[in-house]
Design a protein around this ligand. Structure first.
Ligand SMILES: Cc1ncc(COP(=O)(O)O)c(C=O)c1O
Length: 360
């Protein structure tokens, strides 16, 4: 069927008969709850994918980050360092806990600038958490960040929400630091409609995160609580959806890479260069100026095609105006020049024909 009249979305869910059958089987099994065999199996598969010993499946990537903050006891005595070029959820849970936020500029890949991170860490004292982010499916420099965190006594976790299936120097996304997190939101490379996970090698962390995600109930016949937890567990029905998606991951990654290659051939301007091992979640075009960016966005909008500016850097967000930032100009320029292009797994040649007309 021709797609000429349908809206083309940026990165819509790519689901079909396999996902429907998996969800139906979970439904028919009676495990219509935030526990069940599919959740257990999903966790086993996620741990393997991440090269980690444990995975804890939860209701969103944001919930996964929040559970890590709870584990570390992040509060107003902590400083949380993150790249400025990321989605707000990277730092939202730390913000809610009163931590001091410090932002660091990007390098040319869009990921955190390692020399500025070093400067930031040199200037900070006390309890420090560094959240590395794998921007648009390009893993940040795990080795370099881990080294700096060791040098300055900071805790390191990875926000690999956008990077499921990606690698860096042969290591899976989310495999660095104390723990990593994934998102399975509807727009992500693998979706459970909404969902997330913590991946870690720390058994105690995994057990405590799982307990906290289930209201921190003690093992007891009645509801006994030594602490107050959260209701963050992933539904078994959604884990079934996630399992079917993981079954397709190699094909999804091949298609995303093919999308990137199509843009590399057909877009005459610059693209944000993916790091080796990227999952090509979103391909980003770099225009000459903010005016050119807005012109391209208007062309897409007129053709009923979804495209978006790059994340607005967090240090430019009104809510974070008082936060310290190291650098900031590179991320600002990427925001002013960058357009996230339609990158869905389901893009067909008729969609690319429409996209091509906007790119001319
Ligand atoms: C970098 C980053 N961190 C965290 C999140 C939060 O994930 P979720 O939407 O599953 O809560 C997202 C995605 O939306 C993200 O892109």
């Amino acid at each position: 069927m021709s797609n000429t009249n349908k809206r083309i979305f940026l990165s819509p869910p790519f689901v079909g008969a396999a996902e429907r059958a998996a969800v139906r089987a979970a439904f028919d099994s009676g495990y219509v709850a935030p526990c069940g065999p599919q959740v257990d199996e999903f966790e086993r598969r996620l741990a393997k994918l991440a090269g980690r010993k444990y995975a804890v499946a939860v209701s969103s990537g944001t919930a996964a980050i929040d559970l890590l903050m709870a584990e570390l006891g992040v509060d107003e005595t902590w400083t949380v360092v993150a790249p400025t070029l990321t989605f707000v959820a990277t730092v939202g849970p730390a913000f809610h806990r009163g931590a001091k936020l410090v932002f660091v500029d990007s390098d040319a890949t869009g990921n955190i600038d390692i020399s500025l991170l070093e400067k930031a860490l040199e200037s900070l004292r006390g309890k420090i958490l560094v959240i590395g982010v794998d921007l648009y499916g390009n893993c940040c420099d795990y080795g370099a960040i881990a080294k700096l965190c060791r040098k300055f006594g900071a805790v390191f976790v990875t926000d690999a929400a956008e990077a499921v299936g990606a690698t860096r120097d042969g290591r899976p996304a989310g495999s660095a630091g104390l723990a990593g997190i994934y998102s399975f939101n509807g727009n992500k490379i693998v979706t459970t409609s909404g969902g997330g996970a913590i991946v870690t090698d720390d058994r105690g962390l995994a057990e405590r995160a799982k307990k906290r995600s289930q209201q921190s109930r003690e093992k007891c016949a009645w509801y006994e609580h030594r602490e107050v937890g959260y209701n963050y567990r992933l539904s078994n029905i959604l884990a079934a959806l996630g399992l079917a998606q993981l079954g397709r991951l190699p094909a999804i990654l091949r298609k995303r890479e093919a999308n990137f290659k199509w843009y590399a051939k057909n877009w005459k301007g610059d693209l944000l260069a993916p790091t080796p091992g990227a999952n090509h979640w979103l391909t980003v075009a770099l225009l000459a100026s903010r005016r050119e960016r807005d012109r391209l966005l208007r062309r897409f909008a007129a053709a009923d095609i979804e495209a978006r500016p790059v994340w607005k850097p967090l240090h430019l967000q009104p809510i974070f105006a008082k936060c310290r930032v190291f650098g900031g100009e590179v991320a600002k320029a990427l925001f002013e020049r960058g357009v996230c292009l339609p990158s869905g797994t389901g893009l067909k040649s008729c969609d690319f024909a429409r996209i091509a007309r906007c790119l001319k």
